[in-house]
Design a protein around this ligand. Sequence first.
Ligand SMILES: [Zn+2]
Length: 263
Amino acid sequence: MGYRSFILPILFLTVIILSLGVSSAVTLDSAGSMGVQFLDKNVHGNVMKNPAIKKYLSDTPFNQKMVSKLKQGSLVYRLGNGKGKTILICGGIHGNEPQGPLAVIKFMNYLKNKKINGTVYIIPFAIPVDTEKNSRNYVRSSKHYDPNREFNIAGTPPNKILKFALAHKVDYIIDVHAGTEVNSTGLVYFQKDSEKKWAAYIQKKTGAIAKTNPQKGTFRSEASKKGIRAITMEVDKKFNIGKTSDKESKMLIYACVYLHLIN
Ligand SMILES: [Zn+2]
């Protein structure tokens, strides 16, 4: 066999291996590397069509890349050293609550210079197509569903997120929302006594009011039934989105400090 006859296959293989590596890992600005993968290609969308995302999402190369990938499906990022607790943070279950994804992305940016003890999976936009339409409900077979009442229904986009959490042995879930009548304090909903101290810590640090609020089909309730400790965060939709998403990113920071994911 001549030199040329095997150099080409080797080059070809090298290109394949390099391209696989590039597609499964991106860099968060100047920080260390993180993993990213598609979670659900059925819910792809152009989140920049949501006026609040267009207005408030900072125009960084990292965000541009994220927005471009979301046109093919929802994304889950993975950060951390793989030791200790495993946490899942999710924004955008309701597409008309842009505060959630904006808070989650601000939190990701905060993490870039932090030492992370454990693993954190981050889904900035759970259902990009609903963020694109600024819609609370998800349309399936021409019917409208509230995705945060369908975590228990197999095959739905929210159920796929719960299955991801179970498959990846997630210990804690933080579901990030916005609502009405939340007030300027913000809210943290918990399910059981096991989550109460966690919620109380966030209340102490940020003023967000901790409350219990069991509700069938929500991410928090269905995860809790499966033994994952889960909380839901809310900020009020009536205030400035830039400010409330800042507030909610601080709530995320203290939620993760309590879990010793960061100091
Ligand atoms: Zn919501």
